[in-house]
Design a protein around this ligand. Structure first.
Ligand code: URA
Length: 291
């Protein structure tokens, strides 16, 4: 007698778990097929377990004594889906570049620094505005704050290419007439953020990340409309257009304030994010900065 498809799938997932695999990438077609299977009535004796459910594994204890995390199922985008998202992001970039509102203010410099990263990212980081290094490279977070952000991303087990990085203001704010500001930077004012925020929201709508991280109080204010201290808004979840948003300190703040206690808080926020989006968290990661 042949096994029902859900049982074959569960058996396969158990085998993968025993081999230490905790993520399985599926095409959209496979996800659709699974959804269709899942919506059929289950056999009464063996209702199908959710795919992410942790099950004890009585089989082959000798070969695999250590408990393994249950596999989580992620959807691998097809190349066509990726290209489509990239095309939508390119269209937003083109509109932002020629948008009247930020230019009409007269307080922002001319060069637009749009965003960078994976159009299919699970995580979107949003900062405040490009600085001189970012303007020169036309890429967000490439200066000292960007180098610290890269370290945080790597500590999370990710690469810059896995995530998406944007800024709430897409132009470097002018100091004076902008002619003689050298390397000096300033935070964007509310009206400067307002002139760009629609583009950031559109980017997020295209990417549909599992979570957003607002880096610092300025990004928090521009993205969520909340003013106040980062310390009062971090450590729990906000929402933007139905997507969870975590607020944490800006890397520049960490560069200015080297206290380990502040770095620890950012790392706690990253652990909260990793758990939210079902990333594996190792014991070593959990113990970074432990007291
Ligand atoms: N700080 C930001 O907020 N954004 C950048 O792109 C660089 C520094």
């Amino acid at each position: 007698m042949s096994l029902p498809s859900t049982q074959i799938l569960l058996r396969y997932l158990e085998e993968q778990k025993e081999r230490g695999k905790n993520r399985i990438w599926l095409t959209q077609e496979a996800v659709d097929t699974l959804r269709a299977l899942h919506s059929r009535p289950a056999a009464p004796a063996t209702p199908p377990a959710p795919l992410t459910q942790s099950k004890s594994t009585p089989a082959t204890p000798k070969s695999n004594p250590a408990p393994q995390p249950a596999p989580t199922v992620s959807t691998a985008p097809s190349p066509a889906q990726n290209a489509d998202k990239q095309a939508q992001l390119d269209a937003i970039r083109t509109r932002a570049e020629s948008a009247e509102a930020p230019r009409a203010l007269g307080t922002l410099r001319d060069t637009m620094v749009f965003a960078v990263g994976n159009p299919n990212a699970d995580l979107v980081f949003v900062g405040e505005a490009p600085g001189s290094e970012e303007e020169r490279n036309r890429e967000p977070f490439v200066g000292p704050a960007g180098q610290l952000l890269d370290k945080i991303i790597v500590a999370m087990g990710l690469q810059r290419a896995d995530i998406y990085i944007s800024n709430i203001c897409k132009f470097r704010p002018k100091i004076g007439d902008g002619q003689h500001q050298g390397m000096k930077n300033r935070k964007p004012e509310p009206q400067e953020m307002d002139s760009c925020v629609e583009f950031v929201r559109e980017e997020i709508q295209v990417i549909q990340p599992k979570a957003i991280i607002a880096l610092g109080g300025t990004a928090m204010e521009g993205l969520l409309g909340i003013s106040g201290s980062v310390s009062s808004q971090r450590g729990f979840w906000h929402q933007l257009d139905g997507i969870p948003v975590a607020v944490t300190y800006h890397p520049s703040y960490l560069l200015r304030n080297a206290a380990v206690s502040e770095k620890r808080k950012v790392w706690e926020d990253m652990l909260m994010v990793m758990e939210k989006i079902a990333m594996p968290v190792s014991e070593k990661q959990r113990r970074f900065f432990s007291k």
